[in-house]
Design a protein around this ligand. Structure first.
Ligand SMILES: C[C@H](O)[C@H](O)[C@H]1CNC2=NC(N)=NC(=O)C2=N1
Length: 111
């Protein structure tokens, strides 16, 4: 997990093999894969919309810094963040790096 927090996304990162995917997901509490293991997502709950939008801004900063971008479903008291690597059509380490960094945001607490 610490490795993921310090890592930089690599535009050439390959798809994760099944073993690595299992190991990486174990280091990302709350993040769930879809049925085809093509994306991971986590719902973050908040007390109010101000907190939601502060979280969205903080996630966007990670996206800018990593040049790796999430899908976000924004609601009045929650935001669901999903990552997949579009260029590879599935999960790479880049998705895990960003997921770990989102989970570590101070703005992510309160759920
Ligand atoms: C050129 C640029 O690095 C690419 O288009 C990046 C941008 N952000 C991206 N984000 C995600 N989630 N998947 C990608 O394949 C991707 N590609």
């Amino acid at each position: 997990m610490n490795d993921l927090l310090l890592a930089q996304c690599d535009p050439k990162a390959p798809l994760l093999d099944a073993d690595t995917r299992t190991r990486v997901l174990a280091a990302l509490p709350g993040w769930l894969p879809d049925a085809e293991n093509k994306l991971i997502g986590r719902r973050f709950g908040f007390d109010n919309f101000y907190q939601v939008m502060a979280f969205v801004d903080a996630v966007a900063e990670i996206a800018h810094a990593q040049d790796h971008h999430p899908e976000m479903l924004v609601g009045y008291n929650a935001c669901t963040v999903s990552y997949t690597t579009h260029s590879r059509g599935g999960l790479t380490l880049n998705d895990a790096i960003c997921a770990a960094q989102v989970s570590a945001l101070p703005e992510a607490t309160g759920q």
